[in-house]
Design a binder for this molecule. Sequence first.
Ligand SMILES: [Zn+2]
Length: 246
Amino acid sequence: MNVIQPLLDLQAVDGFIRELEMEEREIPRRKAKENARLAGVNAALEIAKNQLAAMQKRIRDEEAEAGELRTKAQTVRTGMPGIKSNKEYEQTAIQLETLDREAEAAENRALALMKDEIPTLEKQVQEAEAKVVAESGGVSGYVDELDERLKDVKANLAEQRAERVEKANAVKAIDPAFLLYYERVSTKRWPVVVPLTNDGVCDGCHMKQPPFVAQLVQHNAKAASEGKSQQRAACTMCGRLLYTDL
Ligand SMILES: [Zn+2]
């Protein structure tokens, strides 16, 4: 009985399982990366909003200061008709002038901030908002796709693992030692069962094999075709199982 063919069948299923397992590990990583990207975009919007709010507060503070100064000036102005001495009048006039000047300065600062800073900050917020809208749609769609794919992968894995049991049993039925050897090597090398090339080279590690290995491989091919049992022909370098078709 040919043991190589059932081993190759098992290896094909195992190869598929390996790919699926890799995808099963990779999908949550990709999902986390997408979510982190979205979190970054949201954080950028938060920062832009905070910067705008801080600037708006600065402007309100300047306006409030101007308002206080104007009120103070108004109070002083109201009291002016009652002033008796010339000196006091002059002092009050200077005080008024100062209050008006300071109020105007605060108003000008508020206007300058509104003109120079606010449009830029508002634009930043709008851009950040647009990015959030664009990204969240894309990310949530992509994350949904990843979730779907993960479900498929898991279902597929379950099927393949069931299939694997059958394939492993088929090898075991012919020669349990081959299965054990295959399982052991597969933890370190992949694929495990490889052809011996026409030049007598292991197709796994590309090492030229000594003549006795080549002879054993030939012997096995003949034995398989005659329905006789085969011996283990392994690469002297990497330990992979070698075979050839007659
Ligand atoms: Zn090898």
